[in-house]
Ligand binder design. Structure first.
Ligand SMILES: Cc1cc2nc3c(=O)[nH]c(=O)nc-3n(C[C@H](O)[C@H](O)[C@H](O)COP(=O)(O)O)c2cc1C
Length: 347
């Protein structure tokens, strides 16, 4: 049976990953979808109103299908003692940047249920989710409105859960991947397979089409993973250095000048393990990283610190999310990158 994912009829089996924090600009998503690949807009950090606005803007720039991505989160809670200790640990960094020593955010994150409901209403051609699975009634509403559903899995149990929930495709996030690990079932430490091993493990026992993600930077690699059973490949880091990407110029330059083995997993920025280029903030807090409050608490506590660092062009205290193969990034634009990847695939 042809799956809803196949019915999208992508001319190029490449998905530009959703990347929260500003990378996936309207221009980037539209350029990728206009090429015949699938652009993804990261909506996780935006209000329901901002999500609807961005979707309208993308629609004004492309008639092709595009994806919009959200996290799935429980309501956050934190006790006063954990909060005080976390603030204390961050105070020296804040003082160094000229910020008040205590951070007291108005809220820990956007209202996740309201974000999901806004996305159901906006009904983009494709929706994708990380960190969890929306409720059956929300999934039914997406389906009713015609959105193709992609789930993210970092292990077999999550892939099975997404298959049971009726996902149209499952994006497998290998350990090479830049940004947050999406693990939400089972042990994070036990969910560290590289993309090839994860693809093999999941394809052996799941029938839903699978998408490969993690460290994919070349058309040759895309071709290999498609030959190993992926219906498409999702690339994040490769798109970060495109002209249309909304990341800070200093972060782009750092990626373009990176060398192999410069990334590691860290919890210090957000409370959830994520892969990025090693910098001072990661190194100085490494000893205490298992003690930081969970996502999204730590994320909210470091938000102004990271913004101030960006304002000051200070990459020592910005999160520099990147996959293991960041050193293969190219100084380019989305169209040229996709054309090169396609040529490499067809060699
Ligand atoms: C800067 C950055 C932000 C990311 N934000 C998201 C996000 O908002 N939602 C999501 O599902 N995945 C997110 N990811 C993970 C990607 O979907 C994907 O798994 C990853 O980019 C693949 O590895 P690669 O970066 O080596 O290509 C992010 C990745 C990066 C690099």
């Amino acid at each position: 049976m042809t799956s809803a994912f196949h019915k999208l009829n992508l001319e190029t089996p490449i998905i530009q990953a959703p990347m929260a924090g500003g990378a996936t600009s309207v221009e980037l998503v539209a350029a990728v979808s206009n090429f015949g690949a699938l652009g993804s807009f990261a909506a996780a950090l935006l209000s329901p109103e901002a999500i609807k606005l961005a979707i309208n803007e993308i629609r004004s720039q492309t008639r092709a299908p595009f994806c919009v991505n959200l996290f799935v989160l429980d309501s956050p809670t934190v006790d006063d003692e954990t909060l005080a200790t976390a603030n204390q640990r961050l105070a020296p960094f804040r003082e160094e940047l000229g910020l008040p020593s205590i951070e007291a955010p108005k809220r820990w994150c956007q209202d996740n249920q309201a974000q999901i409901e806004a996305l159901i209403d906006a009904a983009p051609a494709v929706v994708s989710f990380a960190f969890g699975i929306p409720s059956p009634s929300h999934l039914a509403a997406f389906r009713h409105n015609g959105s193709v559903i992609i789930g993210t899995a970092t292990n077999l149990l999550e892939a099975r859960a997404w298959e049971d929930a009726g996902a149209d495709a499952i994006c497998l996030q290998g350990y090479e991947a830049g940004g947050h690990r999406g693990t939400f079932i089972g042990d994070y430490e036990a969910s560290q397979l590289g993309i090839e091993a994860l693809l093999k493990t999941v394809s052996d026992s799941v029938n839903t089409p699978v998408i490969a993600a993690g460290g994919i930077m070349t058309g040759t690699r895309i071709k290999q993973l498609i030959e190993q059973g992926a219906v498409a490949c999702q690339l994040g880091t490769a798109f970060l250095t495109c002209q249309e990407s909304g990341i800070h110029q200093a972060y782009k330059t750092r990626l373009l000048t990176s060398v192999p083995d410069e990334t590691r997993m860290t919890r210090v920025f957000s409370g959830k393990p994520a892969r990025g280029l090693v910098n001072q903030f990661m190194q100085r807090l490494q000893q205490t990283e298992t003690d930081v409050p969970e996502y999204p608490i730590q994320n909210a506590l470091t938000t102004t610190l990271r913004s101030k660092a960006a304002e000051l062009n200070n990459i020592d205290y910005m999160s520099l999310w990147a996959g293991t193969n960041a050193y293969q990034t190219r100084d380019t634009d989305a169209y040229s990158l996709l054309r090169t990847l396609s040529e490499e695939m067809n060699r």
